[in-house]
Design a protein around this ligand. Structure first.
Ligand code: GLP
Length: 261
């Protein structure tokens, strides 16, 4: 796992976007992106949009797969992840909407929708680079503590903490759905590269547990310790709990040129 500690959220966005752009250039215009909702990756998406506008990367034939979706919101609800991804990813990056996929939380048969989502990812050739945020309780996607470390896309129930954290997007806490569809931890591990971004002191415990703690279903993000190519990009506040911070700074300062991005 590579851990990059940045001075602020803007630098987190720039560094994480550079990593995603490196993959996009290597794979080419048909790159398959894994995309996350939440506030953490917004700076990353802005930076990527700037790279697209500058002609520095070509996403003209790119596909994207979102991690998760609420169940129970009316179709077109502004806080449905289908809408959030359209506003924050599809439009700013100029992706072809027909190649942007979000789990179908509106389906009558949610178990079938979950299976079909897995099949769609496989049919696209798998995810080249998965962008992740992290919940304050260590969740990735909507894989809450005690999620199976080998889980696939499925229906889950959100914890009270996650519902409270996400209540800021709704008029009242009761409006936050209880159920969701989310890619599993096994699905996420299948991505060829993973880039997790986190900012702020509220994420410090989750980042420490994910990076330095034991591999445990109680901290779903700790499963990234099993991934061959996981990059964690955090600001100083989110890195505050790491006991290995100095070591990561030393690595950054001594990186060989060929490993830089
Ligand atoms: C939601 C999403 C996650 C995201 C998390 C953190 O629960 N399902 O994918 O990582 O929120 O969001 P934020 O980045 O806004 O803190």
């Amino acid at each position: 796992m590579e851990v990059v500690i940045c001075k602020d959220a803007a630098q987190v966005g720039a560094v994480a976007a550079a990593k995603v752009a490196q993959v996009a250039r290597r794979v080419g215009p048909s790159v398959v992106l894994g995309v996350a909702t939440g506030s953490s990756p917004l700076a990353l998406y802005s930076e990527l949009a700037a790279l697209v506008a500058a002609g520095s990367i070509d996403l003209s034939h790119a596909s994207a797969f979102a991690l998760d979706e609420y169940v129970g919101l009316p179709q077109g609800h502004p806080e449905s992840y289908a809408e959030v991804i359209r506003r924050t990813v599809t439009e700013p990056l100029g992706l072809d909407p027909s190649r942007v996929h979000v789990p179908d939380g509106f389906a009558d048969d949610l178990a079938l929708a979950a299976e079909q989502y897995e099949a769609a990812i496989a049919a696209a050739g798998g995810v080249d680079v998965q962008i992740l945020g992290i919940g304050a309780n260590g969740h990735i996607g909507f894989n809450e503590p005690t999620s199976s470390l080998s889980s696939r896309t499925r229906i889950k129930i959100l914890t009270p903490r996650t519902r409270a954290d996400n209540a800021r997007f709704f008029d009242s806490p009761e409006q936050v759905p209880i159920h969701c569809l989310t890619q599993g931890l096994g699905t996420i591990l299948d991505a060829r590269e993973v880039v997790l971004v986190a900012n702020g002191q509220s994420k410090a415990d989750a980042v420490r547990a994910a990076v330095e703690g034991p591999l445990t279903a109680m901290v779903p993000a700790s499963v990234l310790q099993l991934h061959r190519f996981a990059t964690v990009v955090v600001d100083e506040a989110a890195a505050a709990g790491l006991t290995t911070g100095d070591f990561h700074a030393f690595i950054r300062d001594n990186k060989p040129e060929w490993q830089r991005y």
